[in-house]
Design a protein around this ligand. Sequence first.
Ligand SMILES: *[C@@H]1O[C@H](CO)[C@@H](O)[C@H](O)[C@H]1NC(C)=O
Ligand SMILES: *[C@@H]1O[C@H](CO)[C@@H](O)[C@H](O)[C@H]1NC(C)=O
Ligand SMILES: *[C@@H]1O[C@H](CO)[C@@H](O)[C@H](O)[C@H]1NC(C)=O
Length: 402
Amino acid sequence: MMATSKCWLLDPPVLLLLIIWKESMQCNGLTVNPPESISVTDPGHLGQLEITWDPPKGLTDMAECSVTYHLEYFNTYKNRWSAVRTSRRTYTTQFDLMKNVEVRVYTLLDGPCTNNTVLKSKNYTELIQNPPNTGVTGTEIQDFTCVFHNMEYVECEWRRSPKTPANSKQNLYYWYKSLELAKECPNYVFLDGVRIGCNFSKKSLPNFMDVIFCVNGSSPEGPLKTTFTSLKIQNQVKPAATEKLYLQAGGDKLELQWENPAGSVPGQCLEWQVEHNQEGPNGKISKEETLVEDTSLAFRLSTTVKKNCFRVRSKMSKYCVDKGFWSDWSHQVCHPEKTEVPPEPYRVPVYLCAAAAMTAMLMLPLCVWAMIKMRNSKQEKKLDSVLSNLFTKSSTRVIPDV
Ligand SMILES: *[C@@H]1O[C@H](CO)[C@@H](O)[C@H](O)[C@H]1NC(C)=O
Ligand SMILES: *[C@@H]1O[C@H](CO)[C@@H](O)[C@H](O)[C@H]1NC(C)=O
Ligand SMILES: *[C@@H]1O[C@H](CO)[C@@H](O)[C@H](O)[C@H]1NC(C)=O
């Protein structure tokens, strides 16, 4: 196995002297082969796979040598290659099972046998495993998100693909390091009788750990395509909206103050966005947004501004977590509190106008007819009967039949 061959150091020609020296001292043609075989096993942890390999043959003959391994794998969640060095013959890491599993292992020799320099195998032993091609095409869920609402409960939601057959049933499973086996969602969220999400109480998911979620399902046409997602719960916090927001005017200053949302979100972890709406003399509103870490902000009161309005929202800052969601906006506070709202002109409801117009249209020909009749007739009696006729006619239109 430790065959004598070419020198493994390939220095540029300028270092020729050094090469000659090195060759005489160290380059005794030592090479090392990559590991013998490599395999992965799936213990049912939603993509946490155990990679194992065998040492290259013949290594046991080597005295005074320490053997380690350089492992490279394509990190499907970060979309780049990752590398580790280990003296063991196994390594466990997370893969997205819907993508290729790609692993390469090199052998490293170190110790007196290599004059204490690290000797790496020229080539690697490789494993490429394609994802299982199961599931009806195009049925994977879309827009999977988990929100840790005010650090009180986690709600994960997804959208069904339009290609999902009717009468399909989706399942959510999750796993993290201290769970022996993947667990199913404790509390599904339904919309129109269809599963669209899952609710977790505060204690069912750990912070500061990768949690793997898998949504699969079955349908009359066969299994649905599975989706895997890896999340850290502390990066999904959406604080509650602030309820206590105060505005104080003093002299030429406006001071805005607010309080952290009630609950378990640590106030020192929040950053704030303050939205300031100013109404100018011409009624034009200009908007300005400011990021702050404190829970107060002072503004100079401008004389040309008719009205100042503010609202705030919060988010976990990058000093505490990698990312988070903005809370909803607080209510708005304004200075001056109330501007004179011109009284709305009294408006007659539309249906009354319509009724009046209808009545007028009905009455007009009758009136004209009555006038003509009145002129032509010289007898008061007739007029009376006409008018009473008219009255009974119009009143029968108003009073509905019983
Ligand atoms: C090992 O390397 C050291 C310096 O790194 C050198 O002094 C020594 O002679 C080398 N020994 C052999 C056997 O090449
Ligand atoms: C290195 O190993 C890979 C697979 O293990 C093989 O396909 C490739 O031909 C090897 N390259 C060399 C230069 O031996
Ligand atoms: C969904 O995944 C879980 C966990 O891996 C598995 O136990 C279950 O059988 C799967 N269900 C379907 C319908 O594929």
